[in-house]
Design a protein around this ligand. Sequence first.
Ligand SMILES: C[S@@+](CC[C@H](N)C(=O)[O-])C[C@H]1O[C@@H](n2cnc3c(N)ncnc32)[C@H](O)[C@@H]1O
Length: 402
Amino acid sequence: MSKASEILRIAAKGDGITADGRHVAGAVPGDIMQDDGTLQRGPRYVEAPCRHFGKCGGCQLQNADEQSLADFVTSRVANAAEGQGIAVGELLPTHLSPPRSRRRATLHAISSGGKPLIGFREGGSHKVVGLTECHILAPELFDTITALRQLLARRRGKYAVDIELTLVDQGVDCSLKNLPIEGLEQTEGILDFARELGLARLTLDQGYGPETLWEPEPATITLSGTPVSFPSGAFLQATSDGEEILVNDARAWLAEAATVADLFSGLGTFAFALAGKTKVLAAEAARDAHFACKSAAGIFRKPVHSIHRDLFRNPLQLDELNRFSAVLLDPPRAGARDQVDLLAQSTVERVVYVSCNPSSWARDAKKLVDGGYRLEKLRAVGQFRWSTHVELTSLFVRNVAE
Ligand SMILES: C[S@@+](CC[C@H](N)C(=O)[O-])C[C@H]1O[C@@H](n2cnc3c(N)ncnc32)[C@H](O)[C@@H]1O
């Protein structure tokens, strides 16, 4: 029979782990797993603030206190480095985004017994949890859900709508996929909804591609003081405080760089932060994001040269990389295996690697270290509060030959 055992830490998927290696769902550090299989709560357990916690797939860790959350985010990143045998120069304080700060979210709406349910999916299921409160979304996004519920309540018949909400400079950018709009009444109804709510933009996709129905002025997102036009569905860092931390690290670490290649640059979150004395090449595969970055650089005369390039198929080659004193990369979850192979052989002095996946980052980081870089700085960032999704910034500096 197993013995009483304290929960020591939270594992990558959110379970508590006891000293003897047992995984306990919903447990937090300091809880005691007792002989009879019941869980005695400890000093670091807190009541979940949200009534949907446990069902809604949006959050996994609302029972952990602030310190346990920060420890979890830190250890995910530190353990990833350690797992590859990478020495960390300085582990910087972890950043956690506060409640109600998420500025983009993908949600779902379905009809259930004639009434609309709008929310995230249940963990590990396709069922939708009808949110009556949410502690992660920015209030503007939550208000949009409330208004959408009222709009959908007037509908009969079944629907299953995908909803994408992003807070841009002008307000909420709302994109609805698979919501049939038929006839004058429904068309007027949806336009009234956009107008009354003061949406920045409303985009509908009824199976024939996205169509903008409402956009009183062009939607933009201001990146380090530069307004960049915001294509519907474009990538944006999940919280503005998270973006600030990532950008500040990049600025501090690359302040002396004359030329930087910003790879997987999106709309230019880092390119516009770094451009000034520094000249930046911004490389991105999404055509609309590339054009938005290029056109903002032109209008506001920023030293950002934006190129449209698929860096998986066609990574920057050695002769291209070696023209830069620094490279910043912020790839998707898969990491940047081929690009990093080349980077590891380059003469680039500094590499800032921003990542949304500690595992692929650690695999790539090992290659950089084997190629003669050392990991000088590392910071864990928890933009997705109460979830198991962890991000990081890191600085690699090329060792000088003796
Ligand atoms: C994590 S996002 C970062 C974007 C940007 N750095 C930012 O902070 O806003 C990753 C970016 O990589 C782009 N991307 C995905 N696959 C790519 C590829 N094969 N080549 C170039 N860019 C790619 C995506 O379109 C997205 O803009």
